[in-house]
Every structure is written in structure tokens, then in C-alpha cells.
Design a binder for this molecule. Structure first.
Ligand SMILES: [Zn+2]
Ligand SMILES: [Zn+2]
Ligand SMILES: [Zn+2]
Length: 431
């Protein structure tokens, strides 16, 4: 027993070492003075700061906060930044080349969102290579288990270059896989609809939620007069959630529903603790707490708390109002107010008044997806529900044919580049 523990521990340590080596081989490493460590890619180094890209975000560290910075030898992550950084929307073929690099030698730096974007830009702006781009994306999405997306890519490939034997054979293979998945999804849907027509709302709800994006869900608007998403909302309103007692929301755990909290630095007074002045004429620039700038209470950053802040001035326009949100409160105010001098466009500020929060304090309840219980919800269209269930049943037993392959209208997916970000600059996609 003891022997085994030692051996397995040793094995575990060896494994950790292997992972550590693999990680340091490709990633740069920043250690901050407070001990926090980040792995990723150094984008830019200046005398005063380091811009650093992690898997989640692009961060800027002031030099004085950095204890150590380790540069790894150039690996796929660094090369990826270089390759993406030179892409030019005027040369769409290069996007496909970058995609091919990512799924080949650069696989260590592969992520699907980037691949989707590269292939979509290539397919849209370089029709000659649209087929190749979609076939590549189909292969990678299928490998990731995203069979429906892979099916859509193949449908787009067929639009880009119709009648290719390779597209056809890939579509047929995928159709078999998708049909098996569709079978399971339709069985689930049928079960849920049967419960629903028997007015067993609570029992039907979990199955309906699972089936809302599955096979046959796309036909719901035609057959039932509403989408599956609408049906779920419809049914959920009739089921009282236990967690939130049907309210659809829960008090925010961070502020416990208070929407705001006293500034810790000034204990909710708004005045610096070491401020000795006073009297009638208060000089905000000297007296105001450096953390809350005299607001005394700060909005909760968790629950979308909002309020108005009224700023009074010594001269016209004498006052104005700023709407602020929890988490970005002082940043928003800083755009209008010079907190060093306590001025707004060089006019002296005499007072800052924070109104009570107008919203916030709650978070949507997860199990019921934020849908409030409504005892007077209108009845469900039972006839239409039955018709929909009959159609699902007919597809299941094969008296009606069902093609599980998604359809596409274009050789590329407009949703992927709806944000119009076609260039990669400083570690992120931009316009
Ligand atoms: Zn709930
Ligand atoms: Zn809160
Ligand atoms: Zn304060």
C-alpha cells in the first residue's frame, strides 16, 4: 500500500515535470512581485511596461510590478502572433495559408475561434479558395465533435464548388453520424412533447430544454407556430422554480442585494481619513477619499448595479448627471472629471452626489434561466403541440424522411465576421 503510494506519487511528479517542460517550451512567463504568475506570449516590451497575452486576455504589466520575465525560445504561440499580425484583408489567400499552418506545424497554438475566422475570411474574399477553406474547417470541427457545424461547413463547401466527389463522400459519412444523433434527439423531443400534452409541465421541462437546439427543433416554428426556445419559456412560466421560489432571480451574493457597499478606504464617509481640514468650504481635491472620490459608497461590480451621479459646478452649466455602472464607476467618472483638481472642463466642482442605485442587487436564477413563475400564464396550444409530436414520431419510424444535414445559404458564415474584425493587431482581432 505504502509502496504503491510512493510509486504513484513519483509517477505523478514525473507527469507534472513533463507538463511543465511542455509549457515552458512554448510559453513566456511573467512573475509579479505579489507572486502571481502568467504564461503566454510577450507582445511588446517597453521601458515602463510589458504587454502580455494569456489564453484569456491581453494584459499590460507595469515594469515595477514584475519580479521576473522569462522568454521562451520561439514556439508555435510566438510564431502564431507573428503570422496573424501580418495578415492583410487585401490578400485573403494568406488567411488560408495561416489556417493551414495552424492545423499543421502550428497545431500547438490552434484554437477553433481563430480557425473559424481565418477560414471564413478566406472563403468570403477569395472565392477560388472557399471550397478548400470550408473543407479544412469541416475536418477540424468534426474532430472536435461539432458534427452539426461540420455539416454546415460541408454544405458551404458544396456551394463554393458544387459536385466535388470528395465533398459528397464526406457529406455521406457525416450524414450517418448526424442521423444517429438526430434519432436520439428526436426520441428525447417526442418524450418531452408527450409529457407536455399530458400537462406534466414540470416533468417535460428538462427534456424540452435539451431538445431545443436538437434535430427537428428547426421545424418547430412551421409546425407549432413558435420556436422551441419560445415553447421552453412558455412552459417554464408555469413551473415554480424551487431555488428562487419562482422569482426568476436571486439576491446578488456579493452585495447581498444591497447593490452598493461602503468604500473600505474611507469607511463610507467619502473623506480621507487623514484629512484635518473642515468647516464650510470643503476643498474636494484635498479632502475626497482617493478610492471612491467622495462617493462614499461604491456600486456592486457583480449584479449590473446602476445609478446616476450628479456633479455640481461653481459656474455654468452648474450641474450635470452621469449614469454609472458597477465595476466601471470611477473609470466612467474619470472621463468627465479631473479628480486631481476636482474640475470638469476646468470648472471647479463644488459637490458630487451619488443617487441611490436604480437597478441591480439580483442575479438571474440558473436552474429556471431567470424565467419568472406566472400562475396566470395563457394555456398552451395543445392541438399544435400534438401535430408537432406526430411529425416527430413520423420521422422516427421512417414514414416521413428527415435529413439531419444542416443547410447553408452562403459559401461562408456571416455570423463569424459580423463584427467586421478582419485584422489581427497587438494580440487581438480588430477592425
Ligand atoms: Zn429559479
Ligand atoms: Zn451585487
Ligand atoms: Zn472612499
Amino acid at each position: 500500500m505504502v509502496e504503491m503510494t510512493v510509486t504513484s506519487r513519483r509517477a505523478a511528479r514525473a507527469l507534472v515535470l513533463v507538463f511543465a517542460l511542455a509549457a515552458t517550451a512554448v510559453a513566456d512567463k511573467v512573475v509579479l512581485n505579489d507572486g502571481r504568475t502568467y504564461e503566454g506570449v510577450v507582445l511588446e516590451e517597453t521601458d515602463t511596461s510589458v504587454r502580455f497575452k494569456t489564453a484569456k486576455a491581453v494584459l499590460t504589466f507595469p515594469r515595477k510590478e514584475i519580479a521576473s520575465l522569462e522568454r521562451s525560445p520561439v514556439g508555435p504561440l510566438q510564431e502564431r502572433e507573428t503570422r496573424l499580425g501580418v495578415l492583410d484583408p487585401g490578400k485573403p489567400a494568406e488567411y488560408l495559408a495561416a489556417a493551414n499552418w495552424l492545423v499543421g506545424p502550428g497545431r500547438g497554438a490552434l484554437d477553433l475561434p481563430t480557425l473559424r475566422r481565418l477560414c471564413t475570411i478566406a472563403a468570403k474574399f477569395d472565392r477560388a479558395h472557399a471550397w478548400e477553406a470550408q473543407m479544412l474547417l469541416a475536418k477540424e470541427t468534426e474532430a472536435a465533435g461539432l458534427n452539426r457545424e461540420a455539416g454546415t461547413c460541408l454544405a458551404r463547401a458544396e456551394i463554393a464548388k458544387p459536385g466535388q466527389a470528395e465533398t459528397k463522400s464526406r457529406i455521406e459519412k457525416l450524414r450517418t453520424v448526424l442521423m444517429r444523433e438526430a434519432q436520439t434527439e428526436m426520441e428525447q423531443l417526442q418524450k418531452a412533447l408527450t409529457l407536455l400534452t399530458g400537462e406534466q409541465y414540470e416533468k417535460a421541462l428538462p427534456g424540452l430544454r435539451k431538445a431545443r437546439t436538437g434535430a427537428m427543433s428547426e421545424r418547430a416554428p412551421d409546425l407549432m407556430g413558435m420556436s422551441m426556445e419560445q415553447l421552453v419559456t412558455f412552459v417554464a412560466r408555469r413551473v415554480k422554480c424551487e431555488k428562487c421560489n419562482g422569482q426568476g432571480e436571486l439576491p446578488c451574493p456579493l452585495c447581498e442585494g444591497r447593490k452598493e457597499s461602503e468604500c473600505a478606504d474611507c469607511e463610507g464617509t467619502g473623506t480621507r481619513k487623514d484629512y484635518k481640514g473642515g468647516g464650510r468650504e470643503v476643498n474636494l481635491a484635498e479632502s475626497a477619499c482617493k478610492t471612491c472620490h467622495g462617493l462614499a459608497k461604491l456600486l456592486c461590480p457583480r449584479c449590473d448595479a446602476e445609478r446616476d451621479v450628479i456633479v455640481f459646478l461653481a459656474a455654468a452649466p452648474t450641474q450635470f448627471t452621469i449614469r454609472v455602472k458597477g465595476g466601471s464607476e470611477t473609470a466612467t467618472l474619470q472621463k468627465e472629471i479631473d479628480f486631481k483638481r476636482f474640475t470638469h472642463q476646468a470648472i471647479k466642482i463644488t459637490m458630487i452626489l451619488a443617487e441611490p442605485p436604480r437597478s441591480g442587487g439580483t442575479l438571474p436564477c440558473t436552474p429556471c434561466e431567470g424565467i419568472k413563475f406566472d400562475s396566470s400564464a395563457p394555456p398552451l396550444p395543445m392541438e399544435k403541440l400534438r401535430a408537432y409530436r406526430e411529425e416527430v414520431a413520423a420521422c422516427l419510424i421512417g414514414t416521413r424522411t428527415y435529413d439531419p444535414l444542416p443547410v447553408a445559404e452562403k459559401a461562408w458564415d456571416p455570423a463569424v465576421i459580423a463584427d467586421e474584425m478582419l485584422r489581427y493587431r497587438n494580440g487581438r482581432w480588430a477592425r
